[in-house]
Structures are given as structure tokens and as C-alpha cells.
Design a protein around this ligand. Structure first.
Ligand SMILES: [Zn+2]
Length: 374
């Protein structure tokens, strides 16, 4: 058998297999949000056996892949952080079996969101030697991403950034179908409460209907088109939706209270305070009492950042706006520019029977390798 010469630029034949094996090993340790200790223990063991420094915070890890720059280092190399969460959404009942392979796919909860991405980051740290990279590397692997903003352990990790404080760029390997997604919209949840006065529904004039009082607000939001906002040359959409509504006690009683959950997604370049003020003014105009319940900042696109330019030049990948919230915003709020790029399929996140393509894992790895090579 004559050996086939490798095609220049093509992935080594074992790359997809190796990444599938790594991702499969991560998926074999279930880690629904709040249950990340076992997977964190395992990844910590892997990291301590290979790299000079590992910092554990609760069930989250900061792995310094390279030695810290000495005090004599005149110009230390830039530090790039590869970030990924270790948790998944709660496992669907029919997905409780072990990970399996189907054709060119790995099928398991978290395969796309985002253990495939974590596997790519782990292989990059292990297989791409420091001398062949333009930068130093850190891995940030953390717990409780799939829950409320304040419980996410990336917040705990960044509260004491350590050597992450010098990171020039962070890349989140969330599922993006290997497309560079820049920036992200911020998100505010608010409870709007309309008060009325109960009465018999045969004589509603003796009370005041709180559900009817919400009508003008609902009509205004129903008629409102998304607001296009350009940031970093990309177009984001500002949108406000009522996502829950509650009111009424009985079929024959005029409701005395109507409570709505509003979710406002606002564009990069806008602060949380400014966005909150817009929501409060909306409530005031319609006579609702407003309570803000969950405030997540937006993230700039960083389209002109030199390392983002390097990434685009080296890989030729397309860039699009992130019309959702991700932890790039939290990193940016701590002074670390951040973008999204990962091998998982966006449409597979949180799905039953979640899968990731082996070819997409290999492609994602190759993109990162081209970016990181000297
Ligand atoms: Zn995710």
C-alpha cells in the first residue's frame, strides 16, 4: 500500500477522530447546571498533569498553558484566553444514555453547546507548542453558564482575574457554526405591574380592570418594529417583548392586578443604565410599576481590534453580529475584549438529541490553529 501524501492545508486524518474522542469523554460526564463538580475534577486532573499553573474557583478553572512572564521580560507575548462553560442545560429524559456516534456526528447533551468547543480548546493547549504560537494561552473553563447572570461562575473567576487581567483577547467557543460572531446585545428583564380594583364582572364599572389597563402597552409593543442599530459596522436589533403575563383570580371577577415580564434586548454601545431608563419610562407612560429583575450588559463588537483583524485575515471567516447574550459581555465589562467563535451548531443548542459534526470540530480547530500559529 502506497501512502497518500498529505494535501497541504488539509486537516490530518486523525484530527476529527481525536476531537470526537475528547468531546465524547467530556460528554460522558453529565454536567447539567449546578452539577459540574465531576467534570471540573476530571478537567483539573488533565490540566495539572500538563500545565504550569491551574487556579480553581468553585467548579471553574483558569489554566495557564504557558509559564508566567518573568519580571525581566521586556515585552511579554500577548495572552489569549480560550473560554468555555462546562455545564449544559438540564438533560432531556430521552437523552440520558451515554454519548454515541451516528455517521459523522457525536450525539450527546452538550455536544454542540459546548463540550465540542471545550475539546477544541483543550487540544489547542496540548498540541500546539508555545514556540509555534504568536501568543501565550490560558483556558477559562467555568460552571453555571446556563442560568441567571449573577450565579454564573465566570463572575467569580473574573472577580480575582490574576494573570487573566493581562489578556489581550478572549475567545468564547460557544456554538457559532464556525462563524465569527462579534459583540452581543444586552438584556434586561423587568416586571411591569398594573393595579386595578376588583368587582363583579356583571358590574365592571364598580371596579377597574387591571388587564385592560395593560392593553395600550401591549398594542404599542405589538406595533413596534425592531430598531436597527449599527455598531462596529454590524447591524444589531433592539427589541422588547412581553414574555409572560398573569392576571385574574376567577372567571367572574374583574382582575385587580396584571403582571407582565418584559425582556428588552439592547444594542452594543448602550449602557445598562440607559437601557433601564428607557424601560422605566415606558412603564411610567403606561401607568405600570416597574421592577428590574435581571440586568446583563451588551458587548462592543471589537471589529477593529488588531487580534480580531489577525483572526479574520488568517482564516478568511465571515463575521456577523451576535443577536443574543453571551459571556463576551461579562469579559468586556472586566476590560477583556471578547468575541464568539465555536464549532458547535447554533441550532443544536439545548435541543433534544443534541449533536455536533466531527467535520465541524476539525474545521473549528483548524481555524484556531491558523489564528494562533506564528
Ligand atoms: Zn453555551
Amino acid at each position: 500500500v502506497t501512502s497518500i501524501p498529505p494535501i497541504p492545508g488539509a486537516a490530518p486524518p486523525d484530527l476529527a477522530e481525536d476531537l470526537a474522542r475528547r468531546a465524547g469523554a467530556l460528554c460522558a460526564i453529565p454536567s447539567p447546571i449546578g452539577h459540574e463538580q465531576a467534570i471540573c475534577d476530571e478537567v483539573e486532573r488533565w490540566a495539572r498533569a500538563r500545565f504550569p499553573a491551574v487556579r480553581r474557583v468553585k467548579n471553574s478553572l483558569v489554566v495557564s498553558v504557558d509559564p508566567a512572564p518573568g519580571p525581566s521580560a521586556a515585552a511579554p507575548r500577548p495572552l489569549v484566553a480560550l473560554c468555555g462553560h462546562l455545564d449544559t442545560v438540564p438533560v432531556h429524559e430521552e437523552d440520558r444514555g451515554p454519548p454515541r456516534r451516528e455517521g459523522g456526528r457525536l450525539v450527546a447533551p452538550g455536544a454542540s453547546d459546548m463540550k465540542g468547543g471545550v475539546a477544541v480548546a483543550m487540544r489547542l493547549a496540548e498540541a500546539l507548542p508555545r514556540a509555534e504560537r504568536f501568543c501565550d494561552l490560558a483556558l477559562v473553563l467555568y460552571a453555571r453558564e446556563e442560568g441567571p447572570y449573577l450565579e454564573n461562575e465566570l463572575g467569580d473567576v473574573l472577580a480575582e482575574p490574576g494573570d487573566l487581567a493581562r489578556a489581550a483577547l478572549a475567545l468564547c467557543l460557544e456554538p457559532t457554526d464556525n462563524v465569527l460572531q462579534l459583540g452581543c446585545v444586552g438584556s434586561i428583564h423587568a416586571t411591569f405591574v398594573f393595579q386595578g380594583r376588583a368587582a363583579h364582572s356583571a358590574r365592571p364599572w364598580q371596579g377597574e380592570n387591571a388587564v385592560h389597563r395593560a392593553g395600550a402597552l401591549l398594542a404599542e409593543l405589538h406595533a413596534r418594529a425592531p430598531r436597527e442599530v449599527t455598531s462596529g459596522g454590524l447591524s444589531f436589533r433592539e427589541v422588547t417583548s412581553v414574555t409572560r403575563i398573569e392576571g385574574g383570580r376567577a372567571r367572574n371577577v374583574v382582575p385587580d392586578r396584571c403582571a407582565l415580564n418584559l425582556n428588552f434586548r439592547f444594542a452594543p454601545g448602550r449602557g445598562v443604565d440607559d437601557a433601564a431608563a428607557e424601560l422605566s419610562a415606558l412603564g411610567a407612560r403606561h401607568g405600570a410599576a416597574v421592577t428590574l429583575t435581571d440586568l446583563s450588559p451588551s458587548c462592543p463588537a471589537f471589529a477593529d481590534h488588531p487580534l480580531v483583524a489577525r483572526l479574520r485575515e488568517r482564516t478568511g471567516i465571515a463575521a456577523e453580529p451576535k443577536q443574543a447574550w453571551t459571556d463576551v459581555a461579562r469579559l468586556a465589562a472586566h476590560g477583556i475584549p471578547a468575541v464568539n467563535l465555536g464549532p458547535g451548531a447554533t441550532a443544536q443548542a439545548h435541543q433534544r438529541g443534541e449533536w455536533v459534526e466531527l467535520a465541524a470540530l476539525a474545521e473549528g480547530y483548524a481555524l484556531y490553529e491558523r489564528f494562533l500559529r506564528t
